[in-house]
Design a protein around this ligand. Sequence first.
Ligand SMILES: [Mn+2]
Length: 432
Amino acid sequence: MRIAHLSDLHFGDPKTLAEVERCTAFAIDAAVDAGAELAVISGDSTDHAIDVHSPSFVSVARLVHRLADHCPVLMLQGTFSHEPPGTLDVFRLLGGRFPVHVADRIHQAAWCGTQGWVASAAWRFDDVPAGTQVLLSCVPTVNKATVAAAVGANAAAEAVGQQLAALLAGFGEVNRRAAGGGVPTIGVSHGTVSGCVTEHGVPMAGLDHEFTTGSLFAAQASAFMLGHIHKHQAWHQDGRVIAYPGSIGRLHYGEEDAKGCLLWDLSPHGASFRFIEAPSRRMLHLTFSGRPDMDAIRAAAADAAGAFVRVRWQIAEEERASVHRDEIERLLAGAAELRLEGRVVPLLRARSAGISAVPTLADKLRRWAELAGVDGDPLVERLAWLQANPAEQIARTILDDLERSAVQAAEGALQDTTPQAADLMTTDLFSV
Ligand SMILES: [Mn+2]
């Protein structure tokens, strides 16, 4: 059985509407072309609460309707901040030739062909309904606040994981029976698998996530179709597969991977998928640890036409004026969007006014001594000596001097060469 799997569409932000609309439409075309027999949208269809008169709402409604004209659709409740409870209710009314089933509670749903969707009244079916073509076990976003109210805030995260593991194992019994009868099975959920990697490359370790691959595989579904994490990734075990398709569009700077949807092929005992890459927008990241390198920007400009470009740099306050923003903007004029993010590193040490204007290190030292109110001449002498001699010889001379000084101190004949300047020199010279 062929299933189309889309996730994390995030309709709602006018700035990304063109992106998510183009990519979702492309994914639906791919599902239709491939002859998908059912489609799953595993959460975050919307990005936030949206008004019915907003272009984003009309767009997502039109696209879901088009998908339902081709095959039955299951939409799962995603993160509450992206999809406030109740958001999906209206989609129940939006079916096309086929109905849309909204999964906003823990339950099982069976697609039964001409009989349509059959949902379990309790969290699972006692028996697989007659005529079931595919059985889906749905675990929408879990409200941790509800769990916290029952078991206390500290224990809530881990308790959620433990309860979900028990729940998934419970689905396993029904799924095994379905598979025995030749029915393929699917798990659908929205949450974080411990050990997965976010779209920014951050591994999600620890025990306070909803799922482990072990708890998901325990549901014994042919495929586990997940949403929430925006990076595409998958896990395999004995023919069964867990996968995130990732977000349909490229929503943020820093997301490097391809974006798209999954086309699954299911059997009662296993699954495989193809990743279909959507025409997501190109993003170009130019990052400089110091002043922007204009040659590098010139070289990147050829590639920047039509792309979303972010240029980042980090610069000391005194070099601030040396960044030519106008020139960067001119070079990257072909970009669809240009974001210039300069970070000025604050100077924590006391400033010596005018010190950057003098040419040589000796002059800088003289200027510093003048401002610090110390006699600079002995320091300039020593600087010349430091610059002229190899490090080993300098170290040997200093050690010899220290030894000699100790002897002289013992004889009460220590020569005092501006101790105040010497002190200042050791602490400040190398930060000038
Ligand atoms: Mn999301």
